[in-house]
Design a protein around this ligand. Structure first.
Ligand code: F58
Length: 790
């Protein structure tokens, strides 16, 4: 069979898959026909990859993650299969604009932030490298909420990414597993048998993920919940229609929403159910595939590597032991060893409140067999390590971090600093007992999406300069260094950035009616809203700057646009207040005639992957201002540096490594180190001392307290000001003065076009190490012992 031309393929799908002729097709029909044309080619690569994996009997990697922040997939496919130009031509032949068609695709936000986006970058890199892998996750009907602002406040609405047609997944009705919860455990002759009290069915939906040039494609398999007996006909026939549909509605709840609110017991129960649902379905699938091909379960660690993306799938350890012992007749110690041989765990946070711990009541009620197994794991570990003092079963809870550590043969942090802190803080005792277990794998981002697709101007300049080898060998960007001394080349680099800024300004005006001056410095902070990420430090500096500009309006100010993007967790009221404060400050400052043209604030609503793709190429300055020791890595910092935005930041997470690579001269460093943070926190009244020593900070806090940004409602931000003037756990006040200093340094360099362009270009040229291809190769070599089949 000869492959039809891409054009033919699109038109055939329009006709035969959607029953439309070109004259009557609407935008969505074209988007779908184009997607299916792309998908056909991905499927070809997918089959070849799958066949090769079977034929070679290679080891497979399984990535278990509660989150995949994939965003749109059409452009990914077009770019990786090098079909962009053809797609553009076909669409324009029929009067459609390429970008408009691409923007019609819903943004799949099956994740919260960095952890979920990392999983999506990893899937792309695994395919680019040709490492046989499956991603397992949950097919949430509603991903992350849609954010809008009403009177400056965040409003959350459900996101319906499946509300429009979705081209990428294949439903697999033949791949279904029954997943149980609750019930009781029988013990007979020392054999345990779990009899769940409730069961739901997990059904697989597969999305092929294609790598660069379509050389390889892996599978992202997402599970959807269904009822085993979906419909109660008896109830229906008695006129009780609600009860008739109840089993289905209840079963579906499990895959209904990402991250249910965990402030209620019901919310926590649902979350734990989701975690077990994902993990148990994935393990069932992995063991089925393994048994079909290899049989002997003792060989599992030779052929299977299972990566736990944070502790969310940590139940994998006990579940695998349960299957091996209760269902396959292994003895406990051997089962535990097999499980440890397969499992490894990535930690993404040291924040104590983010380390999962489940109340033993809830856990024991939902997973009665597993809690017994965890006790046995804990006892086994304690027996082998008599000096141990910490148990995974302390304080009437189950500590998932400790469980994951003990059940994994490797545990990794996501940046050098974070990995060191893991060894000295949360995991210090376990690290002492198992000194070879913790390894570092600094995060990375896929250059296909985060440079080639999102910044075609810069990608084009790079390829014209050094060829296209950089796309799957990002360290080749270092070949750009000699060009940076060439004034003509640097001007082209500058022109690309300017075009991107003009584009973003126009888009902001068209979409939100916001006016942005492309000559201003685009100062960008985009990430989840969190106290440790310190968006409030940024807004305090903005307010102080505004004051200073008002006092001295004729000075030579560097015009700035402070751009924000990010969502706050719906129950995180402090973070929501920060959003409102930024928006309130924007209303006042943007309307001040004195500072017109000098300072502006724009908080773009509903930050998601697609918005990031628009903002990052247009950024001049990257705000990475977390309290040192709190941001495990960050990945937005890498995307921004790669796209030529120097960082203003603390020595936190991967900022440390970014600074080492781009050079201290090309990074605006400020703030305390992680060690200094710990010392400072011990100083009584540290915030008061910092405020007393800095008139600008005092002034900015005073303005907020006075109600300047909340006319008629001066108490609106009392929560924030009292926190900052009191405990200030994240040391906003103590880092303010140095942050201000670094910002004024930015002003100076930005006014010198050449110096700035050089710095920006060096950031691009020296960010090649931050490719997720490099990260994945690190996991393959140091953790999974897996090989590329390309
Ligand atoms: C992030 N964690 C880290 N967690 O904060 C960031 O430094 C790191 O770069 C990134 O992981 C990738 O390693 C993160 O995104 C979450 O989103 C949690 C998921 C579970 C619910 C609470 C938030």
């Amino acid at each position: 069979m000869t492959t039809p031309s891409f054009r033919e393929s699109i038109l055939r799908h329009l006709t035969y898959s959607f029953g439309k002729d070109p004259d009557h097709a609407i935008l969505e029909d074209w988007r779908m026909a184009l997607s299916l044309g792309v998908r056909d080619r991905i499927v070809d690569a997918w089959f070849k990859s799958t066949k090769r994996t079977y034929d070679t009997g290679a080891k497979r990697v399984y990535y278990l993650s509660m989150e995949y922040l994939i965003g749109r997939l059409l452009e990914d496919g077009l770019v990786n299969l090098e079909l962009v130009d053809e797609a553009r031509e076909v669409l324009s032949e029929f009067g459609y604009d390429y970008d408009t068609v691409l923007a019609d695709e819903p943004d799949a936000a099956l994740g919260n932030g960095g952890l979920g986006r990392l999983a999506a970058c990893f899937m792309e890199s695994l395919s680019t490298i040709g490492c046989p892998a499956h991603g397992y996750g949950i097919r949430y009907e509603h991903g992350l909420f849609r954010q809008s602002f009403v009177d400056g406040r965040q409003i959350e609405q459900p996101e319906l990414w499946l509300g429009q047609r979705h081209a990428w997944e294949f439903e697999r009705p033949e791949v279904r597993y029954r997943i149980g919860f609750g019930g009781h455990v029988d013990v007979r002759d020392g054999h345990h048998r779990w009899h769940p009290g409730e069961e739901v069915e997990a059904e697989a939906f597969d999305t092929p993920t294609v790598g660069w040039k379509g050389r390889w494609a892996n599978t992202l398999r997402l599970w959807s919940g269904r009822a085993i007996h979906p419909f109660d006909l008896d109830a229906f026939n008695h006129g009780d229609f609600a009860r008739a549909a109840a089993p289905e509605a209840l079963a579906r709840t499990i895959s209904r929403v990402l991250y249910p609110d965990d402030t209620t017991e019901q919310g926590r129960e649902l979350r734990l159910k989701q975690e077990y649902f994902l993990t148990a379905s994935a393990l069932r699938d992995i063991l089925r595939r393994f048994s079909n091909q290899f049989g002997d379960l003792r060989k599992l660690p030779e052929k299977v590597a299972i990566q736990l993306n944070d502790t969310h799938p940590a139940i994998a350890g006990p579940e695998l032991i349960r299957i091996l012992v209760d269902e396959k007749g292994f003895d406990f110690d051997e089962a535990m060893e097999i499980a440890q041989g397969c499992l490894s765990y990535t930690n993404h946070t040291l924040l104590p409140e983010a380390l999962e711990a489940w109340g033993e009541q809830l856990f024991g009620r939902l997973l009665p067999r597993h809690i017994g197994i965890i006790d046995r794991i804990d006892a086994t570990h304690a027996g082998r390590n008599p000096s141990r003092t910490q148990s995974m079963r302390a304080d009437h809870s189950v500590k998932m971090g400790q469980l994951s550590f003990v059940m994994a043969h490797k545990v990794n942090g996501v940046s050098a600093l974070h990995t060191d802190l893991m060894k000295t803080t949360v995991f210090s005792e376990l690290h002492g007992l198992h000194p070879d277990r913790i390894v570092n794998q600094t995060n990375g981002v896929t250059p296909r999406r985060w440079l080639l697709s999102c910044n075609p101007g810069l990608a084009g300049l790079i390829t014209d300069s050094i060829g296209e080898g950089w796309v799957d060998d990002l360290e080749q960007l270092s070949k750009l260094e000699p060009f940076i001394d060439d004034a003509g080349w640097l001007e082209k680099f500058d022109a690309v950035k300017r075009d991107n800024k003009v584009w973003l300004s126009n888009w902001m005006q068209g979409t939100y009616g916001m006016l942005a001056d492309p000559d201003a410095l685009f100062d960008v902070q985009i990430k989840r809203i969190h106290e440790y990420k310190r968006q409030h430090l940024n807004i305090l500096e903005t307010i102080a700057l505004w004051q200073e500009m008002r006092e001295n309006p004729n000075a030579d100010w560097t015009p700035r646009l402070k751009l924000f993007g990010g969502k706050a967790a719906p129950g995180y009221f402090f973070a929501k207040d920060i959003i409102r404060l930024i928006n309130d400050a924007a209303s006042v400052i943007n309307n001040d005639p004195v500072t017109q043209g000098m300072l502006k604030i724009a908080f773009l609503p509903n930050y998601n992957v697609s918005l990031a793709e628009r903002m990052i190429p247009a950024a001049d300055l990257s705000e990475q201002v977390s309290t040192a020791g709190k941001e495990a890595s960050g990945t937005g910092n890498m995307k921004l540096a790669l796209n030529g935005a120097p960082t203003i930041g603390t020595l936190d997470g991967a900022n440390v490594e970014i600074r080492e690579r781009v050079g201290a001269d090309n990074f605006f460093l400020f703030g305390m180190t992680a060690d200094e943070v710990m010392e400072r926190r011990a100083v009584d009244g540290h915030a008061g001392l910092a405020i007393a020593a800095d008139e600008r900070l005092k002034g900015a806090l005073g303005l907020i307290r006075s109600g300047r940004f909340s006319p008629g409602d001066p108490d609106r931000y009392r929560g924030i000001t009292e926190n900052l003037e009191g405990p200030d756990y994240f040391l906003v006040c103590s880092d303010f003065t140095d942050y201000w200093r670094a910002q004024r340094e930015v002003d100076v360099v930005f006014r010198d076009d050449k110096a700035w362009d050089r710095m920006a270009a060096l950031n691009t040229a020296r960010s090649g190490w931050f490719s997720s291809d490099r990260t994945i190769r690190g996991y393959m070599a140091d953790i999974w012992d897996a090989e590329s089949l390309l």
